[in-house]
Design a binder for this molecule. Structure first.
Ligand SMILES: Nc1ncnc2c1ncn2[C@@H]1O[C@H](COP(=O)(O)OP(=O)(O)O)[C@@H](O)[C@H]1O
Ligand SMILES: [Mg+2]
Length: 280
């Protein structure tokens, strides 16, 4: 199930004095089993890109296709569709229990009460919330990290072919961030995963591919390893490169001849040590 955006333009308030161009000539293809990181500064069009990919906004020009067929209307309601986890999704928890909240999506997709409950339990398991313990609880009794996970479960329960998350770790403590990272990377087993963030640090080591957005245009789309070897691209996108890459750029500027850049600190340490001790 391939999801493609082709030649997509989008302007908010088109034809008014407040018209804001959010996306220009965006071409992008998502594939199952792949974790794609969409990085860009605030206002670069990331959230708009997600809404268009999920069928929630209709592009002014260009097309969105799922397996070559034009997309009409929201893709969350179909199975397998495109599930979107909005920013601070826990704000939208509403039901009297976590189980009812998570079962809402699959029930809305037309599943029987029984099947919706099965899907909700599966999704709660997938986010590490024991259905027996957390299912009966009020969503409002959860910690911030638990509430975020419950909200993600609500989308996973709809068995999306694509899971799209907008700034999924924003506002969480380090352990909450780690568990969201784990959930997101595990989701690739059953879905294509698209993570949108302005934080170049957070998911880079977990992404197969990175797309850099700048002022509504794609300025890079390639394998993570390729971007890591070209850290100047982060600056072009108005972002700071991850600290570990900045350290290597500074070492290089100081005359240390690194054979390549790396993300893993242990690998970086041995590359630096080798470069300093000279060729063997
Ligand atoms: N509902 C809206 N109405 C008008 N302009 C908007 C709206 N949402 C976003 N924009 C504008 O569109 C551009 C892209 O926004 P957005 O997709 O939210 O970017 P990002 O998620 O990268 O911060 C920005 O200039 C933003 O101000
Ligand atoms: Mg946004």
């Amino acid at each position: 199930m391939t999801l493609s955006l082709t030649g997509v333009d989008f302007t908010y308030g088109a034809g008014t004095a407040f018209a804001t161009r959010a996306l220009s000539d965006v071409d992008i293809t998502f594939s199952p089993g792949e974790v794609v990181l969409v990085l860009g500064a605030t206002g670069s069009g990331k959230s708009t890109l997600l809404r268009i990919a999920a069928g929630l906004l209709v592009p002014d020009a260009g097309s969105v296709t799922l397996d070559g067929r034009a997309v009409r209307g929201p893709l969350a309601v179909v199975r397998p569709g495109v599930g979107i986890v909005f920013q601070s999704p826990e704000m939208q928890l509403f039901a009297e229990s976590v189980a009812a909240d998570v079962a809402f999506g699959p029930r809305n997709q037309g599943l029987s009460e029984e099947d919706a409950i099965v899907e909700a339990r599966r999704a709660l398991d997938a986010v590490g919330l024991d259905p027996e313990e957390f299912g009966p609880r009020s969503p409002f009794s959860l910690s911030g990290g638990e509430a975020r996970r419950a909200a993600i479960a609500g989308v996973l329960a709809m068995a999306p072919g694509y899971l799209m998350l907008d700034e999924p770790t924003a506002g969480l403590d380090p352990s909450g961030r780690e568990s969201v990272r784990d959930i997101v990377t595990a989701a690739r087993e059953s879905a294509g995963v698209v993570v949108v963030t302005h934080d170049a640090e957070e998911f880079l080591g977990h992404a197969d591919r990175v797309v850099l957005l700048s002022e509504g245009r794609i300025i890079f789309d390639g394998r993570t390893e390729v971007l890591v070897q070209n850290p100047g691209r982060f600056t072009e996108a108005g972002l700071r490169a991850p600290e570990v890459l900045r350290a290597q750029m500074l070492a290089q500027d100081a005359g240390v001849a690194l054979p390549r850049f790396a993300l893993d600190p242990t690998e970086v340490a041995s590359l630096l040590a080798e470069a300093w001790s000279g060729p063997r």
